[in-house]
Design a protein around this ligand. Structure first.
Ligand SMILES: CSCCC(=O)C(=O)COP(=O)(O)O
Ligand SMILES: [Mg+2]
Length: 225
């Protein structure tokens, strides 16, 4: 079956886990309280706080209370929409001021370019918000990579370990699931994508998942279409 579209994860797949965990998450953690104090009245921020109230059952009556909750969620690496939306807003300042650029594996950059040149459509599916994904690829070490992608999906399509999320995404892309290849470093995400009928390949950059039931690649160059 010919592959027409590729859907890729970010952390651990196109880019290193350490950039996300050691640069982006600590930056959001450090800036959280000041950001909430400054932007508390902003509607998009108020919406994140309202969603966090609903999720946690806590009153979150002040920026300090809300920051404590969000910082706890960062420490737990919770993949929930209000946290991810807020992180994206906070990271924007770091990218724009040149504090950091998103890490990209060079094999991922080269292969994504080649696939696009061959006519494949490229999409991103990450727990990071769509706005955060656009910043990530817009301010990458390899320059602005956003022209590579035809669309972005985040937790508003559902969790990455749920098959229904992949059904929604392929329906939105408009390509039959069996013609979409999903790339990820997390087997549970690939299991969910396979349940929805997508083709899957595990990115095993650290060479530790040798017994996977999914197709396996150590770099993007090894990915078989
Ligand atoms: C948009 S970059 C930050 C990624 C992020 O916040 C995250 O939690 C990583 O999730 P992924 O689904 O890409 O593993
Ligand atoms: Mg990942």
């Amino acid at each position: 079956m010919t592959i027409e579209a590729i859907l890729t994860d970010i952390e651990g797949t196109t880019s290193s886990i350490s950039f996300v965990k050691e640069v982006l998450f600590p930056y959001a953690d450090r800036e959280m309280e000041a950001f909430l104090r400054t932007h508390w009245e902003r509607p998009a921020v108020a919406e994140c706080v309202a969603q966090a109230r609903a999720e946690s059952g806590q009153p979150l009556a002040s920026p300090e209370q809300a920051a404590a909750l969000f910082r706890g969620w960062i420490a737990e690496d919770r993949k929930i929409t209000p946290l991810k939306t807020l992180q994206g807003m906070i990271w924007q300042a770091g990218y724009e001021s040149g504090d950091y650029q998103a890490h990209m594996y060079s094999d991922a950059v080269e292969q994504l370019r080649e696939w696009q040149a061959r006519g494949l459509k490229l999409y991103v599916y990450s727990s990071g918000s769509i706005a955060a994904q656009k910043l990530f690829f817009g301010y990458s070490e390899a320059g602005d990579l956003t022209p590579l992608f035809s669309g972005y999906y985040d937790t508003t399509s559902g969790g990455k370990k749920e098959a229904d999320s992949y059904r929604r995404i392929t329906a939105d892309i408009g390509v039959a699931p069996e013609r979409v290849l999903f790339l990820s470093d997390v087997e549970a995400e690939l299991d969910a994508a396979r349940e929805a009928g997508l083709r899957t390949t595990l990115l095993d950059r650290e060479k530790v998942l040798l017994n996977t039931s999914h197709a396996r690649a150590e770099t993007f160059y090894d990915v078989a279409l």
